[in-house]
Ligand binder design. Structure first.
Ligand code: PLP
Ligand code: SF4
Length: 365
């Protein structure tokens, strides 16, 4: 498997040119971008992009842009503090009950807004020894209930290598849940073969979280790939990034969420875009994100509601961002806002005799 060497990025620029997604002048203008950040796009995604649309939401995600050379003061090499939480290579351990295992650093596409853009593509994958050391770390911590395969994109590993990793994880008694973060079912649906589905299914419970940001990414092959995974009993969730110029309006987000649910993918997270270097042209404000997610409440089934989250810079983890649905006016007296924006009083009569049970955990400090 190849990393995103400058040569591979050059080839990808040429592919974009052949597909008329960039013109001849951009071919040279974008060289310095391709030197810094990997460039890759799949045939499925060039197929969904529209060269005639200067604002194509698919092209915008994968076609490099000279604006990536503009780095703002608040932008970071490691925007969500992964490095501080990497006890061994290939593991990011931020929360007590779950770890990220990153067996591969390559992706089939390189998203221009990627929060891990300075790590992905830097080397192809963990060596056998590094993988074994990462697995040992998981074996030695009984508090790890869930392992999230991330990267890079774990579904571009060869089926045999993936099977080997899943088997080893399944041999660890305290690891109950395996989760896979991937873009492959949508951006490279041909890789979701019957063999791969069988391998994933054998490792159940496996949750698949698909990264996708616009309904236009879904071609027929992507829908078939998602159906194959869902038919195998693999629960499908989504994560999307709120991106200026791609999906930052209520109608576009509505179509995306409906498309997901129609494909049996339950919307999970809508990420506020991270402060990765050279990505300011993609970021919205939090205020805009709150207005959009509030608008979704008024437009869409509860099945279609993602949770809007911020990964706090510095490695403090993800926090839900939510518009104020609730105000306490006096103890037990609330004003609750409905999806139309109207307020309603709610008197919580149960509050009178209640004791708070939140800290009922036996290990609570
Ligand atoms: C995002 C992330 C997770 C997963 O968080 P959830 O809220 O459970 O989806 C786990 N570990 C790390 C290091 C993460 O960045
Ligand atoms: S698929 Fe994920 S890790 Fe890979 S480039 Fe896109 S955002 Fe980054």
């Amino acid at each position: 498997m190849d990393g995103n060497t400058p040569k591979n990025s050059q080839n990808s620029l040429y592919k974009l040119y052949k597909q008329r997604l960039i013109d001849a002048s951009q071919l040279s203008e974008l060289q310095p971008v391709a030197q810094q950040f990997g460039v890759a796009i799949t045939t499925a995604m060039t197929g969904q992009a529209d060269p005639a649309d200067p604002d194509c939401p698919v092209a915008a995600q994968f076609v490099p842009d000279v604006r990536e050379l503009t780095v703002l003061e608040q932008e970071l090499h490691d925007p969500i503090g992964d490095h501080e939480h990497a006890p061994v290579k290939g593991i990011i351990h931020r929360y007590p009950d779950r770890v990220l295992l990153t067996p591969v650093y390559v992706c089939p596409v390189y998203c221009r807004f990627c929060f891990r853009r300075e790590d992905v593509g830097s080397e192809p994958m963990l060596s056998d020894e590094e993988l074994e050391a990462a697995l040992d770390y998981i074996r030695n911590d009984e508090g790890i209930w869930e392992v999230i395969l991330s990267g890079g994109d774990p579904l571009i590993l060869s089926p045999r290598r993936l099977q080997n990793i899943l088997k080893k994880l399944r041999e660890i008694g305290h690891v109950k849940i395996i989760r896979i973060h991937t873009r492959v079912p949508v951006v490279k649906p041909g890789a979701i073969t019957a063999e791969l589905v069988t391998i994933l299914r054998a490792a159940n419970p496996v949750y698949i979280v698909i990264h996708t940001n616009h309904a236009q990414e879904f071609g027929e092959a992507a829908e078939d790939a998602c159906a194959a995974l869902a038919d195998a009993g693999l629960p499908l969730l989504s994560q999307s990034v709120l991106l200026k110029g791609v999906n930052n309006d209520a109608k576009t987000l509505e179509s995306l969420m409906r498309k997901l649910v129609e494909n049996r993918i339950r919307p999970y997270y809508l990420h506020h875009a991270d402060q990765a270097r050279g990505t300011s042209h993609f970021r919205t404000t939090i205020r805009e994100g709150l207005e959009l997610t509030t608008a979704l409440r008024g437009r869409l089934s509860g099945l279609c509601q993602p949770q809007y989250v911020l990964d706090i810079p510095g490695g403090h983890g993800k926090s839900p961002l939510s518009a104020d649905w609730l105000t306490e006016t006096a103890p037990g007296n609330w004003e609750v806002r409905d999806f139309r924006g109207n307020s309603h009083p709610f008197v919580d009569k149960d509050a009178k005799n209640a004791t708070c049970a939140v800290t009922g955990d036996s290990d609570a400090e």
